[in-house]
Design a protein around this ligand. Structure first.
Ligand SMILES: NC(=O)c1ccc[n+]([C@@H]2O[C@H](COP(=O)([O-])OP(=O)(O)OC[C@H]3O[C@@H](n4cnc5c(N)ncnc54)[C@H](O)[C@@H]3O)[C@@H](O)[C@H]2O)c1
Length: 261
């Protein structure tokens, strides 16, 4: 039997990049998926492409009324929800000394309010239905690693990880699991423009021992593991999926020391 047979998942940001890879893999493994994305046309197109297993609603994850309507629509469409993947997010860069509160708020709302609302409403749904459930938040390697111009985004993503841990603490007793995935560099529309600039991909690769960015499917595989019963005793965890990026930081002395051996 398929791993997600009979399961229903909400995927925010489910029409592009990592979210789209999660959606497609869930459908391949037997789930029904309710898409939530601000891009209404893409929600309609992906629902049509993937058939009866997929439905969706144009949703702004930063808006509580919109998110409440999303959970109502998903429940009406598929009869209940088992897993919530909070994937939608993004970055608007800016140095701290130049950043006004509007720019700070943009990063916080998209990356932290969205995950908070998805976690809160998912947990409320599971508690009301008196059934176990799983919530997977897509954070970022930037939850651990600062980047120039990335204070707003990185701080919000660090908040997503701590939100995940607090939610696991509060909800584990009710059979609800809340985990996070922290990707390093992934080839998606979010990063495509940046990595095409001269020198940018080479600069990234200096910090990625794997020697390449991840494909969205490689993040989806870990997200689905956390969402599945295979991870039934994993709760409050944050899994880095970064091609060993987070092992770097110490100087690479191999060339300097080669002559001494
Ligand atoms: N690509 C990377 O290298 C990378 C690395 C670490 C973390 N992430 C995180 O992974 C997640 C997905 O990123 P991606 O690279 O797939 O991006 P993407 O740009 O391909 O997809 C993001 C989706 O979110 C949707 N969205 C944006 N604002 C929204 C809103 N207010 N409400 C609802 N939907 C909204 C967009 O329409 C889009 O479909 C994000 O949280 C991102 O921060 C990405």
């Amino acid at each position: 039997m398929a791993r997600f047979s009979g399961k229903v998942a909400i995927v925010t940001g489910g029409v592009s990049g990592i979210g789209a890879a999660i959606t497609r893999r869930l459908v391949d493994e037997g789930a029904r998926v309710f898409l939530a994305d601000i891009n209404a046309a893409a929600v309609t197109a992906m629902s049509a492409e993937l058939g009866a297993a997929v439905d969706g609603r144009a949703t702004d994850i930063t808006n509580e009324a919109d998110m409440t309507a999303l959970f109502e629509a998903a429940t009406a469409a598929f009869g209940g929800i088992d897993i919530v993947f909070n994937v939608a997010g993004g970055s608007r860069p800016g140095a701290i000394v130049d950043m006004d509160l509007a720019a700070w708020d943009w990063n916080t709302r998209l990356n932290l309010y969205g995950a908070f609302l998805g976690t809160k409403l998912g947990a409320q749904h599971f508690l009301a239905a008196q059934k176990p459930g799983s919530i997977v938040n897509i954070a970022s390697l930037n939850s651990q690693v600062p980047m120039h111009g990335g204070a707003g985004y990185s701080t919000a993503k660090a908040g997503v990880v701590m939100l995940t841990r607090n939610a696991a603490l509060e909800l584990a007793g009710a059979g609800i699991r809340v985990n996070a995935v922290s990707p390093g560099l992934v080839s998606t529309p979010l990063t495509g423009g940046l990595t095409q600039l001269p020198g940018v991909l080479d600069a990234y690769l200096e910090r990625i021992p794997a020697g390449r960015p991840a494909e969205p499917e490689e993040i989806a595989g870990v997200a689905l593991f956390l969402g599945s019963d295979d991870a039934s005793y994993v709760n409050g965890e944050n899994i880095l999926v970064d091609g060993a990026w987070n092992t770097t930081g110490y100087p690479d002395l191999r060339a300097a020391l080669a002559g001494l051996q």
